[in-house]
Design a protein around this ligand. Structure first.
Ligand code: ADP
Ligand code: ZN
Length: 210
């Protein structure tokens, strides 16, 4: 099964991706995580992407499409995958189509903008392994320390309030049109993000299996 998770930054796509990954035993592909790793390792695409990412802008389509294409060609994607954060523009969706990738379902996690702003202000990310946490919704066992690797957790540069506004604007202008794109293909299902992460997960799995 090939799935896409759609939703505003901070809607909880990554968290739900983990749950689906566990349930269906298919890998999650997060272009955001891949790009952050590329930046950290100073690769060519990382160098290209850094400025855009820090200011909350989208990385150019050709860079992201290149990264994605290589990743889904890997062996572990044979039985399907979950795309978290890709596609984010209509040209990216068209690129998937022209690679001959069949998407089974697109799950939109819907969270209103006001809630998004609250959520992003509490988000923390591990400097070491890139795991994401949230001070209220998904706290680390020890404050400021990653459960998985013990490194420090920090506020992502693009989660600063000023940057969040522009990311939301970009989401509505460039990514939200994908809802229409996939609705026209009969693939879109919408799940409302709940206060309880577990409840959102239940609804998400239901949407996928239903
Ligand atoms: P979030 O979902 O919280 O916005 P991500 O971790 O998915 O964050 O992405 C972080 C940043 O990486 C984005 O703001 C953007 O600069 C870049 N990025 C990730 N995926 C894409 C994509 N598909 N197209 C363009 N830029 C992307
Ligand atoms: Zn870590």
């Amino acid at each position: 099964m090939n799935l896409i998770l759609l939703g505003a930054p901070g809607a909880g796509k990554g968290t739900q991706a983990e749950v689906i990954c566990e349930a269906l035993k298919i890998p999650t592909i997060s272009t955001g995580n891949m790009l952050r790793a590329a930046v950290k390792n100073g690769t060519k695409s990382g160098l290209e992407a850094k400025g855009y990412m820090d200011s909350g802008k989208l990385v150019p389509d050709e860079v992201v499409i290149g990264i994605l294409k290589d990743r889904i060609a890997e062996d572990d994607c044979k039985n399907g995958f979950i795309l978290d954060g890709f596609p984010r523009t209509v040209p990216q969706a068209e690129a998937l189509d022209s690679m001959g990738v069949t998407i089974d379902k697109v799950v939109e996690i819907y969270v209103p903008d006001e809630k998004i702003k609250q959520r992003l202000s509490g988000r923390r990310v591990c400097e070491g392994c890139g795991n994401s946490y949230h001070v209220d919704f998904k706290p680390t066992k020890v404050e400021g320390i990653c459960d998985a690797c013990g490194a420090k957790t920090v506020i992502r540069k693009d989660d600063e309030p000023a940057t969040v506004e522009s990311r939301l604007k970009i989401y509505h202008e460039q990514t939200a049109p994908l809802k229409g794109y996939y609705q026209a293909q009969g693939k879109l299902v919408t799940v409302e993000g709940q206060e309880e992460v577990k409840e959102t997960s239940r609804l998400t799995l239901e949407a996928i299996n239903g």
